[in-house]
Design a protein around this ligand. Structure first.
Ligand code: SAH
Length: 346
């Protein structure tokens, strides 16, 4: 008989699974799995040895299997390649900010969106991640941090995949992460990044979970946006920004617009002027991200001067902009780069 993984079950699913035990056992085991970093029954020291043995005959506990770990030389970024039961692997990144530990998770294996500068989409979409697998990514890192007496403070859903194309699993995962028997994470500490799936942004509003929404804009006009982001032919800039406005209004949360600066493509003063026009007067922040060039793609890093000028133009024209601190460029922390390197034979 093959053993069953208890990781990823809700408390009531655990209670059902362990129904021949007293009910409090499910709670106790949930705490071990989701909060206390246990990856085997042996570690659950307040269960009798006999019970631990009985459990391990039928079950196991696994967040995800570590394939590769890379640490940046400044020690601030750690990138994990994590595999699930079918062997599919995704990237999960830990970034140690001065305001806390952030984890960036993937939501799909590969991606179907086809953005021209992105490594995650080079081989298309393999499959969606399940709620338990997304939870596995963050708990894996939390367990890693627990060993250093630290924990995960923030979650950014900006790894491989388009989260809003895996909507139902995403919502289940977010609700599970919010439960007090898991990390009890506040929705305000979670950022969901999307390339702009307008109907799904509306569905997210209806879920009434006040996560921060981050919209990948990357161009200030439809012609250019369509050239670098195929999704723009389904949902135009105007539609995406209108959905962002609705999100801000309904949730009271300021929307972030991500703008990856591609040298010579979208980084001139004229682009900054157009961007400040379309975002003027909105409850929005702009995150400027110098592109992390991907070998297979032909984009150049913008010059430091053009980044500074772009930033300055926005901030002197009433738009709140920041330049995203680059994390882990040397360890291929741009979406999909590590996974591609590990699977470059196929
Ligand atoms: N699909 C979602 C989330 C994953 S991508 C989205 O599009 O938002 C997360 C962010 O990283 C997006 O803004 C994406 O455009 C950006 N990105 C992807 N590849 C990049 C690269 N090589 N350099 C810089 N930013 C990149």
């Amino acid at each position: 008989m093959s053993k069953k993984n208890l990781f990823g079950l809700t408390l009531s699913e655990l209670e059902t699974e362990l129904s021949d035990l007293p009910k409090f056992r499910a709670k106790q085991i949930a705490a071990w799995i989701y909060q206390r970093g246990a990856e085997s029954f042996d570690e659950m020291t307040d269960l009798s040895k006999n019970l631990r043995e009985k459990l391990s005959e039928k079950y196991f506990v696994q967040t995800a299997r570590l394939v590769t770990q890379l640490d940046s030389s400044d020690g601030l970024t750690t990138k994990f390649l994590l595999a699930f039961s079918d062997g599919a692997a995704v990237e999960t990144v830990l970034m140690r900010h001065d305001y806390g530990n952030s984890v960036c998770i993937s939501t799909q294996v590969g991606c179907a969106m086809g953005c021209k500068f992105c490594a995650s989409t080079l081989k298309g979409l393999e499959r969606d991640l399940k709620p338990a697998e997304m939870l596995g990514e963050i708990i894996f890192v939390n367990n890693f941090l627990l060993k250093q007496n630290q924990k995960v403070d923030n979650l950014v859903i900006m790894g491989t995949g388009e989260p809003l194309m895996n909507f139902d699993n995403l919502i289940k995962f977010l609700r599970l992460l919010h439960e007090n028997y898991t990390l009890g994470m506040s929705y305000r500490k979670i950022t969901v990044s999307t390339c702009g799936i307008v109907p799904a942004i509306k569905k997210l509003i209806a879920e009434k979970i006040p996560v921060t929404l981050s919209i990948s804009l990357h161009a200030p006009n439809n012609k250019l946006r369509s050239a670098i982001m195929p999704i723009n032919s389904a949902f135009s800039i105007e539609q995406v920004i209108k959905a962002g406005d609705e999100y801000a209004e309904e949730t009271g949360r300021r929307v972030t617009y991500e703008y990856t600066l591609l040298g010579g493509v979208n980084d001139t003063e004229e682009h900054a002027r157009q961007l400040s026009k379309i975002l003027s007067g909105k409850s929005a922040n702009v995150n400027l991200i110098p592109v992390n060039p991907v070998d297979e793609r032909n984009f150049q890093r913008p010059t430091n001067n053009s980044v500074k000028k772009f930033f300055h133009f926005l901030n002197t024209h009433g738009i709140n902009a920041v330049i995203r601190k680059e994390f882990g460029t040397e360890i291929n922390a741009a979406c999909g780069q590590l996974r591609n390197k590990n699977f470059s034979i196929d």
